[in-house]
Design a protein around this ligand. Structure first.
Ligand code: F3S
Length: 413
């Protein structure tokens, strides 16, 4: 790899241990993937979750902070395993909380904006078309690549922190034009109503093309951002899709030809997503059998203010069924917005709550069971995919309206 004089000095230790260690990681990755050089990045989104970092990751983050590591670009972080709301909640072991707090404190010391959200783009981190960034969080990566037109690989915890401390990444993968063209087509013929259906489409895409770059045809250009967020999150759960094109929506795809670039029709396979595929995929996402629901969850990925407004309208004037909980996950900033708008009062009057900075997938193992929860309803395909293994509870996945109905009746219909 070709390094500039400054990058060589970083690698040799002139700027201290954290920068040197970070450059070692980035150069190692670059050599692995055949990068020719390093490139500057303008923002990093890094991991904060103890259940992902575990002890080795947490010690690495702490060491970087203790030895003087400082973020040189805008850096924000993903949800942590538990927010202040749950600090002393039942089922959270003290050791778990302490490790999580160590990661948080290290982030503060390094100058990370500790927003603890997987939707940083809803609170101001919005890179422009062509901008190179270093984002972790599988659901946020397709937002950067495919909705905003920025360029990022699906970074790991160590690599995204290394980028934050150096302002660099190696030039490979989605940073290069030739790796961003579509390589399969998804013909959408099903009628999609709302973001839950888009999440179902995403789940289908991840299954048929786990690491492909799909070009979607048949999606209206008026599709709401929240629906695309759901679609990308679920495609990155059933598969590892990090980039897609929607003709007329993705900044790089004004036409189908532009989306496929130099590739010819014979080079790609086409999959249809019709009513049959919609129904079949929906069934996969709802494996629960007991009709009784103890918990309803929204906000995976963390909810936008528009999604909270929709839930508020559905909850208005209603009460949750006794024994049923309803949580909406989001960032502190969006929660504050919901409070200003008067949504929070309506949500809390119904018995539901807005839960900030965290998500239940990263709660300690068995946490939901300890709360007496066996069956969960959600509008998120991503949660449905992960909650079975992360928390050993069974999910139903359906529209926001259907989930609110389950919260007020206690029954999934
Ligand atoms: Fe965000 Fe947790 Fe879902 S990190 S995307 S709310 S699994």
């Amino acid at each position: 790899m070709r390094l500039t004089k400054e990058e060589t000095e970083m690698l040799e230790g002139k700027y201290g241990y954290p920068v040197q260690k970070s450059m070692e990681i980035l150069v190692g990755l670059g050599e692995c993937y055949g990068a020719d050089k390093m490139i500057p990045v303008t923002s990093a989104h890094i991991l904060a979750d103890w259940t992902v970092h575990r002890k080795a990751g947490a010690l690495f983050v702490e060491e970087m902070a203790e030895k003087g590591g400082k973020c040189v670009i805008h850096t924000d972080d993903n949800p942590w395993s538990l927010g202040p709301w749950a600090w002393k909640d039942k089922g959270i072991p003290e050791e778990f909380a302490n490790w999580q707090l160590k990661i948080h404190n290290a982030h503060v010391k390094m100058g990370v904006f500790v927003c603890h959200t997987c939707t940083p783009y809803y609170i101001g981190n919005v890179p422009r078309k062509g901008e190179h960034v270093a984002w972790s969080e599988s659901s946020a990566v397709p937002v950067a690549n495919s909705i905003l037109g920025a360029r990022t690989n699906r970074e790991g915890g160590g690599a995204s922190l290394a980028a934050a401390l150096t302002g660099r990444v190696a030039n490979y993968g989605f940073h290069l034009d030739q790796n961003r063209y579509g390589n399969l087509k998804i013909l959408v013929t099903a009628k999609l109503n709302g973001s839950h259906d888009y999440g179902t489409l995403g789940y289908f895409i991840g299954r048929v093309a786990p690491d492909g770059i799909p070009v979607l045809v048949g999606i209206p250009s008026s599709v709401p951002t929240e629906s695309l967020v759901q679609m990308g999150a679920s495609a990155a759960s059933s598969g590892s899709v990090a980039h897609y094109h929607i003709v007329g929506v993705t900044p790089e795809a004004p036409t189908e030809e532009a989306a496929f670039g130099p590739k010819k029709a014979k080079d790609w396979q086409t999959f249809e997503f019709g009513e049959k595929e919609l129904r079949e995929t929906e069934e996969l996402l709802s494996p629960a059998t007991s009709r009784e629901v103890e918990l309803v969850v929204f906000g995976c990925p963390h909810a936008s203010i528009g999604e909270i407004r929709e839930i508020t309208q559905l909850l208005s004037g209603k009460r949750l069924k006794s024994g049923v909980e309803l949580w909406i996950w989001t960032s502190q900033i969006v929660r504050a917005y919901a409070e200003i708008m008067g949504y929070l009062d309506i949500i809390e009057a119904s018995g539901a709550r807005i839960v900030c900075e965290t998500c239940v997938v990263s709660a300690p193992e068995g946490y939901l069971k300890k709360r007496g929860i066996k069956t969960v309803a959600t509008n998120s395909a991503k949660i449905s995919h992960y909650i079975k293994t992360a928390q050993d509870v069974m999910p139903y996945c359906g529209s926001t309206e259907r989930c609110v109905e389950a919260a007020t009746s206690g029954i999934w219909r």
